[in-house]
Design a protein around this ligand. Structure first.
Ligand SMILES: Nc1ncnc2c1ncn2[C@@H]1O[C@H](COP(=O)(O)OP(=O)(O)O)[C@@H](O)[C@H]1O
Ligand SMILES: [Mg+2]
Length: 236
């Protein structure tokens, strides 16, 4: 469903060039749960931004469901971004004055979808927040705020949910609860999830892990979860 081929992205900082992505090949199928790991600065967020159509590759191909999306104009990219991807961030990115139901309705308003209230309420039920729909962020715990953000990412029925360090702001126990929820959404509700983390305990929830270093993929366990280098066939 997602196919990156030879993707490069370079940032300029004064005289020097930073090769944030230095020839990345990656394929992810529907229903996968992939953890992207690697040290700070290894290119994880840059890759997620390209996959989520928040940024473009300088070189290489990006095919989404077989369609070349690297070449789309800004308007088409924005439309596709809103319908194909759900985003979850470390910081939750909720709006301060809106209650949970209103936060989750927002992406549906942008898309002009009908039955918004009902769909938003259903998404909140899926994340276990049926009894918190009228609460604003300050009335919710960190874990609950992240679950609102997860509901907001799901409500459009995206192809893929992209989560960049979703447990980064949570204590261990709450992070574990959020990961259990995300795992259930993948295993029981057919969500496709790509998650960035530097914590092995968080990555352990995923079916597959991809490790980056200096803008390259240096290890990819494949769907079986058995470690192997360079994305070759899984070793069993
Ligand atoms: N907008 C940007 N401008 C300049 N350099 C950037 C920018 N975004 C990322 N970088 C650099 O690219 C490299 C990869 O960054 P990033 O993808 O954020 O890594 P990670 O998410 O793995 O920490 C880092 O060296 C970072 O400083
Ligand atoms: Mg990052």
């Amino acid at each position: 469903m997602i196919r990156l081929q030879g993707v490069r992205k370079t940032f300029r900082a004064g005289e020097s060039a930073i090769h944030a992505l230095d020839g990345v090949d990656l394929e992810i199928e529907r229903g996968e749960f992939v953890a992207i790991m690697g040290q700070s600065g290894s290119g994880k967020s840059t890759m997620m931004n390209i996959i989520g159509l928040l940024d473009r590759p300088d070189e290489g191909a990006y095919l989404l469901s077989g369609r070349d999306v690297a070449a789309l104009d800004e308007h088409a990219r924005a439309r596709l971004r809103g319908s194909a991807f759900g985003f979850v961030f470390q910081s939750y990115s909720l709006l301060p004055r809106m209650n949970a139901l209103e936060q989750v309705e927002l992406p549906l308003i942008y898309q002009g979808v009908r039955n918004r209230r009902r769909r938003a309420a259903e998404a909140l039920v899926r994340v276990g927040l049926a009894d918190r729909i009228g609460h604003t962020p300050t009335q919710l715990s960190g874990g609950e705020q992240q679950r609102v953000a997860i509901a907001r990412s799901l409500v459009v029925d995206p192809l893929v949910v992209l989560a960049d360090e979703p447990t980064g702001a949570l204590d261990t126990a709450t992070g574990h609860e959020v990961m259990t929820l995300l795992s259930d959404l993948v295993d029981q509700q057919g969500m496709t999830l790509i998650l960035v983390t530097h914590e092995p305990e968080v990555a352990a929830f995923a079916h597959r892990s991809v490790r980056m270093r200096d803008g390259q993929i240096i290890e990819d366990t494949g769907r079986s979860g058995a470690a192997n280098a360079e994305g070759s066939a899984p070793i069993r």
